[in-house]
Design a protein around this ligand. Structure first.
Ligand code: A3P
Length: 335
C-alpha cells in the first residue's frame, strides 16, 4: 500500500472523489469491489470489508499514526468483547494509580472503557484529527483497534492483545448492534447472516481477521497474546493474571492474597459495568459510525456465551461452522 500524506481535515465530497483517493491508497489499482446491505455501501479495501468512511480513516491511520515501542494495542474483530478487554486491561495496567479494591473513585465507574482506551481509527480520523487525540496520551499507551493485522500501520512493533469469539455469537451480537446503533437503519437477521457468512461484515471476513492475528501470535507469541472470549468467561481470574503478566505488571503474592485479581474481575464484569449510569443511561457518549451521537449502552447487551442457540437454525449454525472450519483449516486455530 502506498504511503500517502493526507491532510487531517480533508473532508471529502462525493463518492467518486472518495473512490479515487481510496484507490490511490489501496494496493489495488482496480475499482474497489462494493456490496450493499449494511447501512451504507461497503467497499472491499485491501481484502477487508468496511464502509468508505472507515476505509478513509484506516488509510489515514496507516499514513499518520506514530507508534511507540511501549504501546499496547488491544485488537478485536467488532463484537468480540472489546469493551470488556479494554476495561480489564485499563484496570490491570493502572491499578497502582487507581486501586481496584474498594474502588469508590475508579475511572471505570464514571467513564466508558472506550474513552479510557481509545481506538486508533475511531472516530473517523479524516474528520477527528488523529494526532491531537493520541499524541497527548502519556506512555505507556493502551490503544484499541478493529483493523485487521495486515492493515495496521507498517511501523507498529508493539505488543498486541487479540481477543476473538465464537463466530456464531459474533453474528448475533453484530446483528443486534447494527440494529441499535445507526439511526433509521435496520436489517433482517437472514440478510445480516448471509452477508456475514459471505465475509462481508464490518472489518470482515471474520476468518481473515482472526487468522491475521493468529498467524502473528504463532510467529511471535511473546509479542501477540491471543485470547478467546469463551475461555475468558470460563476463567476470568486466570485470564486477568495472564493479561497482567503480558502487560508486564504481574500481580504480587500480596495482591493475590488480598483478592485484587477478583476485584478486577468484579469491577469489569458485565453485571457491574452495564449497570453504571455512564454505560446504561440514554445520554449519547460518543460519535457513532454514522457520525451521529451514540449511546454507551449499545456496547452492553447480554454478555453470554452460546446466545446463538436462541437465534440460529441448525442449518445456519452448520453453514457458518463449515465456512469457518474450511477457512481455518491447517492454521492450528480452533474456536
Ligand atoms: P452480546 O451482544 O453477545 O451481549 P464489543 O465490546 O466488541 O463491542 O462486544 C460487545 C459484546 O461484548 C456484547 O455481546 C456485550 O454484551 C459483551 N460485553 C460487553 N461488556 C462485557 C463485559 N464486561 N463482560 C462480558 N461481555 C461483555
Amino acid at each position: 500500500m502506498a504511503q500517502v500524506e493526507l491532510e487531517a481535515d480533508s473532508v471529502l465530497t462525493g463518492e467518486e472523489e472518495d473512490e479515487s483517493l481510496l484507490l490511490s491508497m489501496s494496493s489495488s489499482s482496480n475499482k474497489l469491489q462494493t456490496r450493499e446491505g449494511w447501512w451504507t455501501t461497503f467497499v472491499l479495501y485491501d481484502g477487508c470489508w468496511m464502509d468508505r468512511q472507515a476505509a478513509m480513516s484506516v488509510s489515514l491511520v496507516r499514513a499518520q499514526f506514530v507508534p511507540r515501542d511501549d504501546d499496547v494495542l488491544l485488537a478485536t474483530y467488532p463484537k468480540c468483547g472489546t469493551t470488556w478487554l479494554k476495561a480489564l486491561s485499563f484496570a490491570i495496567a493502572n491499578r497502582h494509580r487507581h486501586p481496584v479494591v474498594s474502588a469508590g473513585h475508579h475511572p471505570l465507574l464514571t467513564q466508558s472503557p472506550h474513552d479510557l482506551v481509545p481506538f486508533i481509527e475511531l472516530p473517523f480520523r479524516h474528520i477527528h484529527p488523529l494526532a491531537a487525540a493520541l499524541d497527548a496520551i502519556p506512555s505507556p499507551r493502551l490503544l484499541g483497534t478493529h483493523m485487521p493485522h495486515h492493515l495496521l500501520p507498517p511501523r507498529i512493533g508493539c505488543r498486541i492483545v487479540y481477543l476473538c469469539r465464537e463466530p456464531k455469537d459474533v453474528v448475533i451480537s453484530t446483528w443486534h448492534f447494527m440494529n441499535k446503533v445507526i439511526e433509521g437503519f435496520s436489517i433482517d437477521f437472514d440478510k445480516a447472516f448471509e452477508l456475514f457468512v459471505d465475509g462481508c461484515s464490518p472489518f470482515g471476513p471474520i476468518w481473515n481477521h482472526y487468522l491475521g492475528y493468529w498467524n502473528k501470535h504463532v510467529e511471535e507469541p511473546d509479542r501477540v497474546l491471543f485470547l478467546k472470549y469463551d475461555d475468558m468467561m470460563a476463567d476470568p481470574a486466570g485470564h486477568v493474571k495472564k493479561l497482567a503478566e503480558f502487560l508486564r505488571v504481574p500481580f504480587t503474592d500480596d495482591e493475590v492474597d488480598a483478592g485484587v485479581v477478583e476485584e478486577v474481575v468484579r469491577l469489569c464484569s458485565f453485571e457491574k459495568l452495564s449497570r453504571l449510569p455512564v454505560n446504561s443511561s440514554v445520554v449519547a457518549g460518543r460519535v457513532g459510525v454514522d457520525e451521529r451521537p451514540m449511546k454507551n449502552s449499545v456496547f452492553f447487551r447480554k454478555g453470554k456465551v452460546r446466545d446463538w442457540k436462541n437465534y440460529l437454525t441448525e442449518e445456519m449454525a452448520k453453514k457458518l461452522d463449515a465456512a469457518i472450519e474450511e477457512k481455518l483449516k491447517g492454521s492450528g486455530l480452533t474456536l
